[in-house]
Design a protein around this ligand. Structure first.
Ligand code: ADP
Length: 521
């Protein structure tokens, strides 16, 4: 179990962006170093071998001269050459032979017997400057040879006589390894390792720093819950992370707004249902606890029924909007003539208009074909005309319905009244769910008003109208002036056949407004 936890932590560590960034730095750094080191090597060794060679020869000559002087002095003073303390450079070999080349007077450095023999031969042949190759198995000091290049066992050897007053007293052999690459390789290896280490540490730190905003976003996202959507990152960075944080903040803002709307909606819905429920409860209590005659009982029952109708309206409207929100409402589209629907709606609402002392008039109603659902389009028109009648009652006299075509593309339905109008501050919220300009006026539960007079009053009608307009690819707008009336306009896209056929002859019951055809009185 613990092993699996460790494995998981290990895998998380290695797959983290921070580690991957660090590894990327490392790879780039390693490539740079290999290229840099390689080019340096090439410059030093391949492209400039002559310089290296002549440097080595100069060194060998200088060494031979120094040692020859020391040995001459020692021999002339009958000292043992081996007793001399000489400081030799790394890898240097020295062999001092007698004049015949047989006896070894002194030997320094790593020289196997076979190599000594080779040097003797060279002495006998009278060679001066030559190369000597000591194979790796011959060398005893091999601990550093694993990394060494092929030239590391090759020596530049100088054979020179040791002269004392022009008399040959010994033969000196001095060899220096042709190892110019060794220190360069060492330096490169050391600095490369250090560089890579620095790159790993620096890269890890830099990546951590660069990714800090991501950590912050992650931490905050973990901390935020549904009740705390007001929190923001407020990173104010100008880079991509700043952009990400700003987008995240905007998303939080939208979520917050949606969440608030949802909460408000639930509260409004509960409130709207609680009012009729309270009224029903009170009325039923009254009926049960007090003695009433038949008429009074009837009145109570009518009120209960009216409240029930109101609740049913709310629940039905809510259900419709909920289905619309979740995309469960499919429109049964067909070719529909808006003028047919408008006439039908006007006829259906004539009794209501009559009852409210409103003149319901129609203007031009040309044939306008749209591809829509007649059921929902009718509902939209009924809602707008009903509202106009309902709110005009008492302060205005006239509701006017007309259709026009706009640039052969849009069919426009206009429902205008000369009612109380709506003041400007309410207009932006008019299509919000449960929004009412005047709550008391929208839902009048007085028993005297009777169930028929109660048309809507849920605050959901315009939300549904707006959804229907949008679902048909259209839009709705409202213009209103307090005290002068309100105009609702719905624009719906016309079908191609209408557009192709041009405008149908205007007005089936034609009479331009204000000389419209009145359907009332
Ligand atoms: P309601 O069920 O209350 O009528 P709606 O969503 O249909 O709900 O309308 C929202 C509010 O808009 C209404 O409460 C009313 O205050 C206002 N309103 C709608 N139509 C008109 C109109 N023609 N004249 C004045 N006010 C209107």
């Amino acid at each position: 179990m613990r092993r699996r936890g460790f494995l998981h932590a290990f895998m998380t560590f290695w797959s983290s962006v921070r580690v991957r960034l660090m590894l990327s730095y490392l790879v780039v750094m390693a490539i740079i170093m290999v290229i840099f080191g390689g080019s340096l090597y090439a410059t030093q060794i391949i492209f400039n071998p002559a310089t290296a060679e002549s440097n080595l020869e100069t060194q060998v000559y200088q060494e031979a001269q120094r040692l020859s002087t020391d040995y001459r002095r020692a021999l002339s003073q009958h000292q043992a050459p081996g007793a001399l303390s000489e400081k030799l450079s790394s890898g240097e070999i020295v062999l001092l032979l007698d004049t015949s080349g047989n006896a070894i007077l002194d030997q320094r450095g790593t020289l196997p017997a076979i190599s000594i023999q080779q040097l003797r031969d060279k002495v006998r042949q009278g060679q001066t400057l030559s190369d000597l190759t000591i194979s790796q198995t011959q060398t005893q000091n091999q601990h550093w040879n694993w990394w060494h290049s092929a030239t590391s066992d090759s020596y530049r050897v100088l054979i020179t006589p040791v002269l004392d007053q022009n008399k040959r007293v010994a033969v000196l052999v001095v060899g220096l390894p042709k190892q110019t690459v060794m220190p360069l390789f060492f330096i490169w290896l050391f600095h490369g390792t250090m560089g890579l280490l620095a790159a790993a540490i620096g890269g890890y730190w830099l990546a951590g720093r660069a990714l800090r905003p991501v950590k912050m976003i992650t931490r905050m996202a973990n901390e935020i819950n549904a009740t705390d959507l007001r929190r923001r990152l407020n990173l104010h960075l100008r880079d991509e992370f700043g952009e990400l944080a700003a987008t995240f903040d905007q998303m939080l803002g939208r979520l917050d707004a949606a969440f608030r709307r949802q909460t408000q909606f639930t509260a409004d819905a509960s409130h709207e249902l609680r009012t009729p429920l309270t009224i029903i409860d009170l009325e039923l209590n009254r009926a049960l606890t007090q003695p009433h005659n038949c008429d009074e009982h009837r009145q109570i029952l009518e009120l209960v029924q009216s409240e029930n109708v109101h609740m049913t309206n709310i629940v039905n409207s809510l259900l419709l909007l909920a289905r619309a929100d979740t995309g469960q409402l499919a429109l049964q589209r067909q070719q529909v003539d808006l003028s047919d629907l408008a006439l039908e709606c006007v006829e259906r609402l004539l009794p209501l208009a009559r009852e409210n002392d409103i003149i319901l008039a129609t203007g031009d109603l040309p044939e306008l074909l749209v591809n829509g659902d007649p059921h929902y389009l009718t509902r939209m028109m009924l809602n707008l005309i009903e509202n106009a009648i309902k709110y005009t009652h008492g302060s205005g006299q006239r509701v006017h319905v007309e259709l026009t075509a706009e640039s052969d593309k849009w069919g426009v339905l206009r429902v205008q009244d000369d009612g109380p109008g709506i003041s400007e501050e309410h207009l932006p919220y008019l299509f919000n769910r449960f929004y009412r300009v005047d709550r008391a006026r929208s839902h009048n539960p007085s028993p005297s008003s009777g169930p028929q007079k109660e048309v809507g009053g849920t605050g959901l009608g315009l939300s549904i109208v707006q959804w229907i307009a949008h679902a048909h690819g259209g839009e709705i707008s409202v213009e209103s002036q307090p005290g002068r009336g309100t105009l609702f306009e719905v624009r719906l896209p016309l079908t191609r056949s209408t557009v192709g056929a041009g405008l149908a002859p205007a007005c089936r019951e034609a009479a331009p407004y204000p000389g419209t055809r009145d359907h009332q009185r």
